[in-house]
Ligand binder design. Sequence first.
Ligand code: UDP
Ligand code: MG
Length: 346
Amino acid sequence: MLLSLVIPVYDEEAALPRLLDALREVLGGMACDHEILFVDDGSRDGTARLLAGAAAADPRVKVLSFSRNFGHQAAITAGLDFAAGDAVVVMDADLQDPPGLLPEMVALYEGGFDVVSARRVGRDGESRFKRGSASLFYFLMRRAVDERLRPQVGDFRLFSRAAVLALRGFREQHRFVRGLVAWLGLKEAIVPFRRPARVAGSTKYPAWKMARFAWTAISSFSALPLKLSLGAGLLLTTLGIGYSAYVLYETLVLKTTVRGWSSLACLQVLFSGATLTAVGLLGDYVARIYEEIKGRPLYLVAEARNLPPAAAPPPRGVRLAARPAAAAARLAGEPMELDLAAGPIR
Ligand code: UDP
Ligand code: MG
């Protein structure tokens, strides 16, 4: 059997050499063949150079280079689109997903599981904020998205070929891969592990990216926030009707209406806030529909190494045709700006 590793990388030059060593050691001791498919998500540091070197030294190291940063979930998607293995494992480049777990995951796959997930039972070296926000994330997700979502299971997972083919069927723009896996409902095994700290470099998921990711996860699986805002709107309207009745009573019966400016001001502020929030929420969903309806590609592979020229991704994945003359020049990166004074280009 062929085992594919899909590894998204974004500015991981510090971690890559350690990762390659660790993978070599573990994979060397395993009976199956393997390929390591790196997806370079528009790195700006020396990552591309390191990957090119590794690919030149070993044809089993394959590289997809995006033209720019498309995000972690798009990188996972591209990796799953191009991986050729009978089983495919998605893992981080920073050794937080220990390669030592691979033999056990493959054994479970051979035992008939379509999805083998690694569950974090402890997290070393991660800030209290990260751990706390992660727990809150899984709690909310299981309620808002899908109760089949496994708590403390990240993207470190093995997929059988059947599961990969099923996952390739999802071509939506706003992707939450874990949610898609839960949606599939395939036979799943869970392997616990202690999540170590990053070997090098810093997290590529700052707080704002995590918040955006969480919102994508909720909104791409659930209209619950819209329903909540509708519920809140109905509740406020009911209370408003009651209050209006009281105001009428005050005006017509008690005739004491000059007072009450402050209550008016408070109500005005509260209701405008609630209205704007609901409209904004609606607007966010509409914007997502708009982005989805355009049907744009999910990523653009500018360059590929050690992959057959004919290997083409499913719909909404784009691989640029190879440019033989400029094979060495990376298409990605800063634009080259010519100097007008230097005369016409010859
Ligand atoms: N990553 C990526 N694109 C991004 C952000 C992250 O490909 O825009 C990669 C990153 O290089 C790493 C993996 O996704 O291999 C997980 O990111 P990270 O380890 O920073 O996240 P954390 O483990 O801190 O949640
Ligand atoms: Mg990490």
